[in-house]
Design a protein around this ligand. Structure first.
Ligand SMILES: [Zn+2]
Length: 115
């Protein structure tokens, strides 16, 4: 499933970050998930539940921040409101997606052992 491979690569990144900083455990992670990313947040959450067993993320809840789709004109940058035609009302250029298709690992809270 799509969501499983996404979680798999996210976990790899979390583990790499944790190793780099000498963290002993991860407290919490936050993902920004775009409305148009094609990923189902519930499936993503359940994939995470399966994956985090026996990893550094075992005790870390995952928070998913939903990012709404935002369109703008590809030529003049004018924001195009939700529900409007995907064409700039001023210069007639095509709209492009400014945000809303991302899957970003936004934050990792880590415990670092005192030396
Ligand atoms: Zn325009």
């Amino acid at each position: 499933m799509h969501e499983y491979s996404i979680i798999g690569s996210l976990m790899q990144r979390v583990e790499a970050e944790a190793r780099q900083r000498g963290a002993t455990s991860v407290g919490r992670i936050r993902i920004a998930l775009g409305e148009l990313s094609g990923v189902d947040p519930e499936l993503l959450a359940s994939a995470y539940e399966v994956f985090r067993e026996r990893t550094i993320c075992q005790g870390a809840p995952m928070e998913i921040r939903a990012v709404p789709a935002v369109w703008e004109c590809s030529a003049c940058g004018r924001p195009i409101a939700r529900g409007e035609t995907l064409q700039c009302p001023v210069c007639r250029s095509r709209a492009r997606l400014a945000s809303g298709d991302e899957i970003i690992l936004e934050q990792i809270e880590m415990e670092v052992a005192d030396v």
